[in-house]
Structure formats: C-alpha cells, structure tokens
Design a protein around this ligand. Structure first.
Ligand code: AVI
Length: 315
C-alpha cells in the first residue's frame, strides 16, 4: 500500500474544509480518462497547444535560439504521450539539429511507450527517458554541462497552488545555467463560457475523472464511498482566473476507510476540493518569476489566443 496516499487522504479528509490532492487522479483508469478528456470537444487546451507546435514550429526554434552546431538536451517534464513535442522533434530531426530528447515522467509505462513510438517514427532522434517526480528530478539536471531546453507543457503548472508554482519555478531556475531556455505552456485567463465547459463536459468524462478519486480510495485503501451519492462540481470566475473542482456529498453520510481504521462524516452539500487549474496572464507569470533568474523573452499563442507557450531565458 502507498503510505503517502494513505497519509494524504487522512490529512485531507480530516481537514475543514475537506480536500483531496489532484496528483492522485492519475492511476491507470485516471490516465485513460485524462486521454479521453484531451480528446473532448470542450477541452481546448491540448488542441490549442498542438496548434502552436504544429503551425509555429519555426517560431519556436527561433525563440529558443537553437543553433545547429551546438549539441543541446531537450528535456520534457511530465512528457505524457509526447504528441505535441513530436511536431518539434520532426523538424529538429529533418533540419539536422544535434540534440538528445530526455522525457521525464512519473509513469514508467508512459515513458516506455513514448520511447518506443519516437524510435519508430523518428529513428534518428536519441531518446533517454528518466522516471521520477519532476520536482525531484530538477536537482539532477545540474549534473550535465550541456545547454538545456526545458519543456513544461499543457498548463501542468496550473495544478499547483501559487506558492508551489513560484517555488517550482525558483527551483527550476536554480537548476539551470545561463542561456538555458524554458518553454512553459500556460492556459490564458479567458471568459467563463469557454473555460467552464472544459471542466464540465457534456459527456460527463470530467465527472468520472473526478469521482475516480473516490474509487481509487475504495480500491487501494479499503474505503466504502458510494460514488452515486457524490457529484462533480466545477467552478470558475474570470476575475480570479482559477478553475476549481469539487466533489459534493448529496446526503448526510459516513464513509469508513479501513486502512486508516477511521470513519469520516459528510454533511449533505459538503464539498471536498479536489483540483485547482490556474489560468494565466503576463502579470501573473512575471510575479512568479520576480525572485528567479528566469526572464520572459517571447510568447507564442494559438490562433484563438486561448493558450500561450512562453519562452524563458536563464540570465
Ligand atoms: C493536467 N492538467 C493541466 C489538467 C487541467 O486542465 O488542469 C487536468 C484536468 N483536470 C480536469 N480536466 C483536466
């Protein structure tokens, strides 16, 4: 049994208000549901960033100031299936850039599949995978002397709190050398009628993704959540620029978690916070960067201006 999961569930369900951490969405079923989310018509984020990678590849290469005569490492944090990155890899390969692709992910299974597909589709691209939590892997980056490009796509930063995100960027900055670059993909603040449906789709896939967290607690920690008595509730206001997801109990009920030997009470209408998905603008990003030696030098947006890939330079 996973002790971190057990302790985090105990802490979250014992708090007022209750919460669960979104990093636990991603078990095997959660991974598959997230793939379904990325393919939903309402989830514009993936398509928007793919649009940038496919249609502005030369602009990305220019903004990253890549040089054909200098070897570099292209390091991707939380690589997933690499669909967007492959658009960049294709062009770098065709144009004979000298680089090594280093995808980093928590899931060894995702890395094995990614390596296999890159080897098949782009046999000339050298790929070295690294398994681990990207927070933990940051420190190991300093061990290499080669110039580095860090890709952190998909607005994954948005699932951290503002404090955690600032801390992450500061650690990232410390692990880089002058002139290294970061390509940071962030979802931009926009109106509620576009953002909210991305977290409240008509097919109910996001609802299943959110409630899967309760199934995971049932399966791994021996709890007795009845998922029919909880609903998915997303929220977003443009003023704040943060989408939040909750699981709400529709009735007064007790839930027992066997591995904890504890029972938790849920009141009718009580909410459990499960996810924060922050959206950004230049001011917010610059406020995160003010105590780091990273500086925004370029910004590429999709044709709808929904999403931005910011290019950061290490001073
Ligand atoms: C992975 N992450 C950036 C997604 C997001 O948009 O916050 C996770 C997600 N949650 C619900 N839908 C997608």
């Amino acid at each position: 049994m996973n002790n971190n999961f057990l302790n985090d569930v105990d802490k979250g369900l014992s708090s007022t208000p209750k919460y669960l951490l979104s990093k636990y969405f991603y078990d095997k079923k959660g991974d598959a549901l997230f793939v379904d989310i990325m393919n939903m018509p309402e989830y514009y984020l993936t398509r928007a960033e793919f649009d940038i990678f496919k249609n502005q590849t030369q602009n990305i290469i220019k903004a990253l100031q890549l040089n054909k005569n200098t070897f570099f490492e292209l390091i991707e944090l939380g690589a997933g299936d690499g669909t967007k990155t492959k658009e960049l890899l294709k062009v770098l390969d065709t144009e004979n850039y000298d680089f090594n692709y280093v995808p980093i992910d928590i899931s060894q299974n995702a890395l094995d599949q990614l390596k296999q597909s890159v080897n098949k589709e782009l046999p000339n691209v050298k790929t070295t995978t690294k398994q681990g939590d990207y927070f933990n892997v940051l420190a190991s980056l300093k061990q290499s002397n080669h110039p580095k490009i860090i890709l952190f796509l998909g607005s994954n930063l948005g699932n951290l709190s503002d404090v955690q995100a600032e801390d992450f960027l500061s650690k990232l900055s410390d692990s880089l050398r002058p002139n290294d670059k970061v390509l940071l993909g962030l979802d931009l603040i926009k109106s509620r009628d576009i953002v909210l449906p991305a977290y409240n789709d008509s097919q109910g896939i996001t609802k299943r993704f959110n409630l899967n967290l309760l199934d995971r607690i049932n399966n791994e920690l021996g709890a007795d959540f009845d998922t029919n008595t909880f609903i998915h509730q997303p929220e977003y206001t443009e003023e704040e620029g943060i989408a939040r997801s909750y699981i709400v109990s529709t009735t007064n009920q007790n839930v027992t978690v066997k591995s904890l030997n504890k029972t938790f009470h849920f009141m009718e209408g009580e909410r459990v916070h499960t996810e924060t998905s922050r959206k950004y603008n230049d001011t917010i990003l610059n406020s995160y960067l003010k105590n780091t030696s990273l500086q925004v030098i370029d910004k590429l947006m999709d044709s709808n201006t929904y999403f931005a890939d910011y290019i950061l330079d290490k001073k």
